[in-house]
Design a protein around this ligand. Sequence first.
Ligand code: ATP
Ligand code: MG
Length: 462
Amino acid sequence: MDKSDVAPRIISRHEHCVSRKNMTEDVIKVLYRLKNTGNIAYLCGGGVRDLLQGIGPKDFDVVTDARPSAIKNIFRNSRLVGRRFRIVHVFFKGGRIVEVSTFRKKAEYCQHDAEEPIKSDNTFGTPAEDAFRRDFTVNALYYDIRNFAIIDYVCGMEDLRQKIIRAIGDPDVRFQEDPIRILRGIRLAALMDFTIEENALQAMTRQRELIFKCAAPRILEEIFRTLRRPNSDRAFKLLAETQTLDIILPDLVDFVGKAEHGFDGPLPRLLRAMDNRRQVNERTYGDHILLAALFYLPVTRFLKSLPSGCDPETTVNEYLSPIGAALNIPKLALQQARHLIMAQDFFETGAGMNPKRRFRLFKRPYMADAVEFFRIQSEAGGLSQEEVEVILAQYDQPGAKDKTAACQPPHEIPRGPNQGIKNSPTGEASGNGKNRKRRRRHRPPKPVMKSGATKPEAVNHP
Ligand code: ATP
Ligand code: MG
């Protein structure tokens, strides 16, 4: 079917709820500047979808009939980006960016034509072609700045109304073209609490192994996007149901509950607690906190399975490094996540520490995030906020009397990763609830130096 001149359904302003009031000043400026220079200017993608759903959009994407070089000339504060398809980033104060692309026929990551040279005459398309190259019907709606109408080529409005995630075209073909769409569809369904249309759901399970072919940074970005927005617990249940989790994060499969059996796994509980705290406190979490939430449970279980005496730091590194390498996780973020995970042990074993030392450790720079993560994992474990604050109050006082034993967390709390393992991450001996007396260290005798020698002589032990 020739898609270039399919007639769209037009939904006029009074029939929908998308308002300029809910858009940023930046995107409105971009839309009007394009319009005033004689171009078509549509808001598209997640911005339109989320506004129609009453969700605050993460970002706004703009699409136009102007070619990339013309867009670049219209906006002084802009830059051409993208290797296969050139798009334009328009910069605003505070590092804010509006992404502007030109209507085109093909999506960026189609696997069939990855090697095909891109010529400008076979790249660009009509608005209809641009709509059909998109992944899901709810992602292919346009908002026209000329008359504030919604333009719908793919029955996306009806799917939004019925809360359905439907692939545009044959789902098997669309997922083969770009398997990352499987993760996008699951993320969207979870975010908006939509049902994935049956054919698309089955195709997701059938085609899931193709995700191996996607570049690791794209997979990682999808995982982060899932974790940054609400309902990530639902997304992980869907990833497990479609067996996609086996492909991207096999270590987590055992921790995801089966919703249909009424069983709620510890991972969804942890993610829900993270989401809850984030919304209540209106804050965002850095990637290291997201990673800590993801790997806390498998790391804890792994550490508990080891014989006592293993060095936890080395073992955790050995556990996380291959996962980090496979997903191309930035080393710093993974290292920070490891700190947060291992510091959880401190809140269990700290009871046995010298209070002054405990206070000093508590004031280490990464402890602020470790405390936040402790709050998250304690909430997931069933502790009330008051109980958590009572525990934390013990740590926040230099030389405070040791009252921690009176408010030990209940058993439901995920226990510290170093349970029963010597040498906690904080450098303290693993606590057993008692204050240990410090043994005095005796300095070894200084080695005898030969006159003129710069190094101590090697001592030959019998
Ligand atoms: P978010 O709210 O996370 O930004 P989004 O749907 O806007 O979600 P973007 O990555 O910003 O996601 O993409 C913008 C639009 O580009 C999408 O709504 C969709 O129409 C299209 N798109 C993005 N990725 C793909 C893809 N892999 N295949 C087809 N179309 C895509
Ligand atoms: Mg977007």
